[in-house]
Ligand binder design. Structure first.
Ligand SMILES: *Cc1c(COP(=O)(O)O)cnc(C)c1O
Length: 389
């Protein structure tokens, strides 16, 4: 325990120690923190589904029918009809042959990557891929090569040089990069994969429910159905609940039900969660009202920030960074605006490269234009005071 104490002290000395904020109530556009109302610009509850009455009602019904827990891992006796129904609904929504739900997006990456490649295979991964991909790659025991962010020349060079040395080669990318909001160059990646006989894997956590027709994701946005081998989504961001899933072929689903370790060794999501997710898909399939509101708010927020002269990077999605550069100033800005009623989390090295520290703003369908305008005014005033702008 002494080493842990020493390491904790070191973390505190380097000003990297943090404890999470405590929300007093639901995660909405305006949240309560320390008894104070604060405009929330940091949640992934893109469409407001975490608090949607239809999802709440569906959960309550499932609670009455199935109880609170599924009682076992899926492969023993924790596989209820509602879990099977959810997989089928997701496959249909994603316009892919099959889907399989995991307990979270993190678990899905960790479980799928290690089940589909191993010793003698190569994984080629974008340098900005999510931590859960990095962990999955480590567990797989495959060799790895990293390509420069969205750099297709670098990717092709690796393929040229290394493809022939391995049995299977898997190219992995985020669909939407979570710190900058830019999209993967999926059409080019798919083309290169075909040319060099490699498999493709897209983690679309921030694309699901946001991009494509009715929020079907990045693969739908680029019209690449049937051309990406593994499409990962999360059920905890736009979908509003919890869980992750892979959409792929029927054979991949069956393989993962046998060899995907989280399916074998961790209890399935609760039936009430499954019911809420199905209700979420019902809404997405029946209306574009929420995705349209999200994009409308995102465009409005970006316009206001640009008018004020902020550097908001090259986002192509609602993820809106305010790039400050200096780490200490970014932390100071985040603290001061919180005191004044806006929460936007600071993103620092090593999550982003040095000297690109930023606030990351996440507008949602729930925000009013008034919320967004008020938040921008507070951020602008505070940035002026801190000589950020
Ligand atoms: C959020 C996120 C995950 C993890 O999803 P959870 O459902 O929260 O576990 C995985 N990959 C990416 C790219 C993410 O942004």
């Amino acid at each position: 325990m002494n080493t842990i104490n020493e390491k904790l002290l070191d973390l505190k000395e380097r000003k990297l120690f943090k404890l999470p904020l405590v929300l007093e109530g639901a995660n909405e556009a305006v949240v309560s923190i320390d008894g104070k109302k604060v405009i929330n610009l940091s949640s992934n509850n893109y469409l407001g589904f975490a608090n949607h009455p239809k999802l709440i009602e569906a959960s309550k019904k499932a609670l009455d029918k199935y109880g609170v827990g599924s009682g076992a891992v899926r492969t023993i006796v924790g596989n209820m009809d509602i879990h099977e129904e959810l997989d089928r609904r997701l496959a249909k929504f994603k316009r892919e042959e099959a889907a399989l739900v995991f307990q979270s997006g993190y678990m899905c990456n960790v479980g799928v990557i290690q089940a589909v490649v191993g010793r003698g295979d190569l994984i080629i991964s974008d340098e900005l891929n999510h931590a859960s991909i990095i962990d999955g790659v480590r567990l797989s025991r495959a060799e790895k090569a990293i390509f420069k962010h969205s750099d297709m020349e670098d990717l092709e060079n690796i393929l040229k040089e290394k493809r022939h040395l391995y049995k299977d080669v898997l190219i992995i990318t985020d669909g939407v990069f979570s710190m900058d909001g830019d999209l993967a160059k999926l059409p080019e990646i798919v083309k290169l994969a075909k040319k060099y006989n490699a498999l493709t894997y897209v983690d679309d956590a921030h694309g699901s429910g946001v991009l494509g027709e009715n929020g079907r994701g990045t693969v739908d946005h680029f019209k690449l159905h049937g051309q990406v081998d593994f499409i990962i989504g999360t059920l905890s961001k736009a979908i509003g609940v919890v869980g992750g899933y892979v959409s792929s072929s029927k054979e991949v689903r069956e393989w993962l039900l046998n060899l995907g370790r989280p399916q074998l060794f961790s209890t399935s999501i609760t039936p009430a969660n499954a019911a809420a997710i199905i209700a979420s898909i019902d809404i997405l399939e029946s209306t574009t009202e929420y995705t349209e509101k999200l994009w409308d708010n995102a465009n409005y927020l970006k316009k206001l920030l640009k008018e004020k002269g902020f550097n908001i990077g090259n986002s192509e999605t609602p993820i809106t960074p305010i790039i400050v550069g200096d780490e200490a100033k970014t932390i100071e800005l985040s603290k001061k605006i919180l005191e004044r009623g806006v929460f936007a989390s600071p993103i620092l090295f090593p999550t982003v490269p040095r000297n690109t520290a930023r606030l990351r703003l996440m507008p949602t369908a729930m925000h009013t234009k008034k919320d967004l305008k008020a938040a921008v005014e507070i951020i602008y005033k505070t940035s002026k005071e801190l000589n950020i702008i």
